[in-house]
Design a protein around this ligand. Structure first.
Ligand code: DGT
Length: 151
């Protein structure tokens, strides 16, 4: 007979309970923030996102974000404060996103992964095609970036 640990392990493997931890960076330059357009070959292609990605097994969140920012932007970033967290489900895929403030880095961000990078004023976010996971928390994102709700 299966012991209770086996049952818990099996249940947590079902799609319904499958969670993907994601980290994203809010890179600030003056009153602008960096967004990147997701590549054609990925889910949510063409949408504008904050650079980042999935935490690999065995990594800490800050370590994962530093790795993603190196891979995607070619910068060596100092991971700042955890500003915001949220969850979202795309069908069977459940994601938990941790947003960190990034104020300091070495190097100039370049699009190694995204179709394009742009520095934008946060007020421009709602006018862009952005993931639903981000759109539904725009108010909290503005607060996390210390910008007023756009008029
Ligand atoms: P995928 O999703 O299987 O095409 O794989 P990747 O490698 O393109 O996805 P990745 O590593 O960027 O994982 C991030 C997931 O979080 C992805 O499902 C998109 C979602 N997401 C929602 N909002 C954001 C955001 O602002 N930034 C990032 N990086 N991901 C976001």
């Amino acid at each position: 007979m299966a012991n209770s640990d086996d049952v818990v392990a099996r249940k947590s493997r079902t799609k319904k309970n499958h969670w993907i931890p994601v980290v994203a960076g809010l890179l600030r330059r003056g009153n602008q923030v960096l967004v990147g357009q997701r590549p054609e070959t990925h889910s949510l292609a063409g949408m504008w996102e904050f650079p980042g990605g999935k935490i690999e097994p065995g990594e800490g969140p800050e370590e994962a974000l530093a790795r993603e920012l190196e891979e995607e932007l070619g910068i060596e970033a100092e991971i700042g404060q955890l500003k915001l967290s949220c969850t979202h489900s795309y069908g069977d895929v459940n994601i938990l996103i941790l947003f960190y403030e990034i104020l300091y880095w070495k190097g100039e961000p370049r699009a190694k992964h995204h179709l394009m990078l742009e520095w934008i004023h946060p007020e421009e976010l709602p006018l862009r095609s952005i993931p639903e996971a981000n759109r539904k928390i725009l108010g909290r994102l503005y607060k996390a970036m210390d910008v007023p709700w756009p008029k």
